[in-house]
Design a protein around this ligand. Structure first.
Ligand SMILES: [Zn+2]
Ligand SMILES: [Zn+2]
Length: 120
């Protein structure tokens, strides 16, 4: 067994140990067996998914299909995309404001220097 797989297996055992119900322990154990032997998992909703398109929760160790992952993680992909877009726009606006303030300050300094150097 590859070293990485061994490490994963330990963490799967940890997930099983930490799971609060026997049902969850069973799901995590079964998903892990399927993942190794078949490369697929069964989401708690009953849908069969290839491992490559399943989403595992970092915290509880359960694999989900896309729809259930969105529910489990508390945000749809669409909501996440919109939130990121707003975040990016705000960063751009903040950056533009900062550049404008710097330019104003620089301009002010040039005026002051000019006033100081004026002959009368
Ligand atoms: Zn979770
Ligand atoms: Zn599902």
């Amino acid at each position: 067994m590859a070293r990485d797989q061994g490490r994963q297996m330990n963490s799967t055992q940890e997930y099983i140990d930490r799971a609060d119900t026997d049902e969850k322990k069973g799901i995590i154990g079964q998903q892990w067996q399927d993942a190794i032997s078949k490369g697929t998992i069964v989401c708690p909703c009953g849908i069969n998914r290839a491992l490559a398109v399943a989403y595992r929760c970092l915290y509880c160790g359960v694999y989900f299909c896309c729809g259930c992952a969105e529910k489990h993680f508390g945000q749809t992909i669409q909501e996440w995309v919109i939130a990121k877009r707003i975040e990016k726009r705000k960063a751009l606006n903040d950056g533009a404001r900062l550049r404008l303030e710097r330019a104003k300050a620089a301009g002010q300094k040039i005026i002051e220097e000019y006033e100081k150097g004026k002959p009368c």
